[in-house]
Design a protein around this ligand. Structure first.
Ligand SMILES: O=Nc1c(NC[C@H](O)[C@H](O)[C@H](O)CO)[nH]c(=O)[nH]c1=O
Length: 163
């Protein structure tokens, strides 16, 4: 069986000197809250100080790419630069093509943002066909999958310290 998530860590990384931003959308908030908690929990386990985990929000996933750019620029201007940013959103398919267009554009733009900002921008967007798929990936269904937020927290620390 493929080992997903935390099983892919190749070593423990030290997050004690990092400042990481979490920017989360406000749609599907109960799932978002679990994902944010998972990312925060894992980063604390890897030594990131609580005061260095900065959390801000945007209306929805469509706002994550530009919101992430503004977020990073805001903290650079404050003299408290972020070492990584984790945009978190939950997109659940409805009855129209709205879902597909947002998923596609947000995914591509977040990927580009890594290079544009020269900073790790972790892909923390669930693109699910059902509520249950999203709940399972936030660790909200006992015995089904794990909280993907933890993977994203680990990825942020690794990408901000490894190279
Ligand atoms: O429609 N579904 C969703 C959604 N729509 C709002 C969109 O992201 C944006 O905020 C507005 O269009 C305004 O720009 N945003 C989500 O995060 N998840 C969804 O499932």
């Amino acid at each position: 069986m493929a080992v997903g998530g935390l099983g892919q860590l190749d070593q423990q990384y030290d997050g004690s000197k990092l400042r990481v931003g979490i920017l989360h959308a406000r749609w599907n908030s109960s799932i978002i809250d679990a994902l944010v908690a998972g990312a925060k929990k894992r980063m604390l386990e890897l030594g990131v100080k609580e005061e260095n985990i900065i959390i801000e929000t945007v209306p929805g996933s469509f706002e994550l790419p530009y919101g992430s750019k503004l977020f990073v620029e805001k903290y650079k201007k404050l003299g408290k630069p972020l070492d990584a940013v984790i945009p978190i959103g939950v997109l659940i398919k409805g009855s129209t093509m709205h879902f597909e267009y947002i998923c596609d554009s947000v995914t591509h733009q977040l990927m580009k943002l890594n290079f544009e900002l020269d900073l790790p921008v972790i892909f923390g967007v669930l693109t699910c066909l059902t509520d249950e798929q999203a709940e399972a990936r936030a660790g909200l269904i006992e015995g089904k999958m794990h909280n993907h937020g933890e993977d994203w927290g680990a990825a942020a620390v690794e990408m901000a310290t490894k190279f």
